[in-house]
Write a protein that binds this ligand. Sequence first.
Ligand code: NAD
Length: 341
Amino acid sequence: MTKTYNIAVLEGDGIGPEVTDSTVKVLKAINDTSNFKLIFLYGEAGYHCIAEYDTNLPKETIELLKQTEACLKGPMTTPEEPGAPVSAAVKIRKMFNLYANVRPCRSYPNVDALKPDIDLVVVRENTEGMYSGIEYQVSSGAAVAMRIITQEASRRVAEYAFNLAEKRRKHLTYVHKANILRVTDGVFNAAVKAAAKKHPDVTVDDVHIDAMAMHLIKKPEIYDVIVTTNLFGDVLSDEAAQVTGSLGLAAGANIGDSYGMFEPVHGSAPKYTGQNLVNPTATIMAAQMMMDYLGEKKAAEKIQKAVMKVLQEGKVRTKDLGGSSTTSEMSDAIELKVRAI
Ligand code: NAD
């Protein structure tokens, strides 16, 4: 019997529908050229839902996610007013216990990066830290946010990062600010050190977050796997994406023990909505990570090769890469390569 995967598709807000449509087109090419079937189940989530459902993550969407093996998620606009619904992505990460946020950043052919040989992965704890969502106004002029760091969440993300480092160049860097956040980063650092004992062949070093922000610009090529807490990882992975050329190329995976959600690192870039201008590659590479997560290594390789070929040829390039091609021209080119490989 043909293997079938149910894939939830949440198009999101702003440029979300453009980049997810582009990606589904590429996935349909994978479907047509592989011995498994992909079934796409579309759900509503994001800022645009709030007026109709009074939430950015309707219960129908949560039910739909439960019927699927993985989710392709477009970027979503997050309301910033106090009391507004918290980010739909943050809710899904917590609800499905997607504890590792994995963001690979590498130099691509024909893309201006700070160095030509960058190949690193930021692994960010995804369920707690500064994104606990617990914030209080304690008086009219003072507010506090809870930075929750637990041994268990730190242990599982550290374990994930070490396992990844084992498969790569066996070098892990953990990033923290334990000289200031002694108690919370003390818990995180202890978990990393405990995991390190189980992986003696991985070289481990640690760097403070402020120094790391600088090192990522000065010598990004020396890093392999970087593991850190939620907020530090969010900031570092955007920085690493830009260091390698463009946010339009950076993909992210949210991985748990029984579910995975895949998305571009970038946001909904509202000012570019509907203009067919942005780069769909980040979302297409998120789909590549999804194929890898589902165990469909050949399909993942096909998408990776197709993207590399289009970038290498340099004929189709969106504006962020210095060209003038549209979103759909870029995804058409990648789709054609997938079909040809
Ligand atoms: P953003 O990533 O949306 O945009 C910042 C800039 O990056 C854009 O102006 C554009 O120049 C560039 N950019 C982004 N995507 C690109 C692409 N595909 N191709 C080419 N260039 C691209 O960040 P922002 O403006 O800070 O956030 C906008 C909204 O997105 C906010 O509401 C924010 O909360 C939300 N957001 C959502 C997610 C998510 O859904 N996971 C992630 C980040 C931000």
